[in-house]
Design a protein around this ligand. Structure first.
Ligand SMILES: [Zn+2]
Length: 317
């Protein structure tokens, strides 16, 4: 994860601040990916405390922060997925005046400030206005608009935009060793680390995607429709339709903006842009039919035949 973080402007700003001896007393790490915040907020804490110029991952501070046992670093919420409570902020306020033990800095890291209500933010304001010496606050936030304007104006913003497919492929190869599975997860993930990990670990999504790619690559005649149709039922048809729509939308987008995924690029040679648009329209109709309790078998046959028809219609031209 550190490698991914190192590729962001946020990292450059932060390490630049550190090396000039001008660390801000409060940073808002803005990233529309809750899971990424769980990884990145501790990295920011490490950069603030590390003996090295950025984040070495081996010094005492880095190791203790990784284990969440650094006595000068507190993380909130206290439980993963929990909320940051006003009691937590009371604790922060009472601790800001206590001298650090391991270092000369005290870091309060709020992994997801989106869970902090207005009362808690107001309570934190005093520390933001007059931070005691050596006290640093890191506020991870999915959407900066949830921050009170009074809070926003007192923190330095570090923005993490979505990552490119290439960045994710390199950055997550250790977390996700199955290369083709990782690539597939990346196609679905809109540049978000959390989504990649979710899809990578989610077998059902993986199976659906595999089925979709197989049928798009291998289904060549109406005789083969039934062998693929039997793999689609009421339990997965919704996901199949969503996945197909995503693949065809990527084909359309890829034609003008370039392809992010090699598999989709391969498919774009078989399915022209016009076919993709027609199939997306058909899927929209079938989704509506499904919503109104249409027969799953009929919808599936209809879908697969449409895909075949569109594939060959434009290839002939
Ligand atoms: Zn270190």
């Amino acid at each position: 994860m550190l490698e991914l973080f190192k590729q962001t402007v946020a990292y450059k700003i932060l390490t630049g601040d550190k090396n000039r001896g001008e660390l801000s007393h409060a940073y808002a790490l803005v990233c529309d990916d809750e899971v990424a915040l769980r990884y990145f907020v501790p990295i920011v804490a490490k950069i603030i405390l590390c003996e090295d110029q950025s984040c070495c991952d081996v010094c005492r501070h880095c190791r203790l922060i990784d284990k969440r046992s650094h006595s000068d670093v507190s993380f909130y919420p206290k439980n993963v997925g929990g909320k940051i409570l006003t009691e937590d902020i009371s604790e922060v306020l009472s601790q800001t005046h206590i001298k650090p033990i391991e270092s000369d800095k005290r870091v309060f890291a709020f992994v997801n400030t989106s869970t902090m209500n207005t009362a808690a933010q107001n309570k934190l304001l005093k520390t933001l206005e007059e931070p005691p010496k050596g006290v640093f606050l890191v506020l991870g936030v999915e959407n900066e608009n949830i921050l009170l304007s009074t809070v926003k104006s007192r923190v330095k913003k570090l923005e993490i935009p979505p990552f490119s497919a290439e960045q994710l492929k390199v950055g997550l190869k250790d977390n996700c060793p199955d290369k083709s599975k990782l690539e597939s997860a990346i196609t679905l993930a809109d540049g978000k680390i959390g989504k990649v990990l979710e899809y990578y670990g989610d077998d059902k999504t993986w199976q659906t995607e595999n089925l979709v790619y197989n049928l798009l690559e291998q289904m060549k005649s109406s005789r083969e429709v039934s062998s693929f149709a039997c793999k689609i039922d009421k339990d997965n048809i919704k996901e199949v339709l969503i996945c197909l729509k995503r693949v065809f939308s990527e084909i359309v987008r890829g034609e003008t903006l370039g392809f992010k995924n090699a598999k989709v690029e391969q498919l774009s040679k078989i399915y022209k842009c016009a076919s993709a648009i027609a199939i997306i329209e058909k899927i929209n109709l079938l989704e509506r039919a499904l919503f109104f309790n249409g027969n799953v078998n009929m919808i599936t046959d209809n879908l697969l035949l449409c895909i075949l028809e569109e594939k060959y219609r434009w290839q002939k031209l």
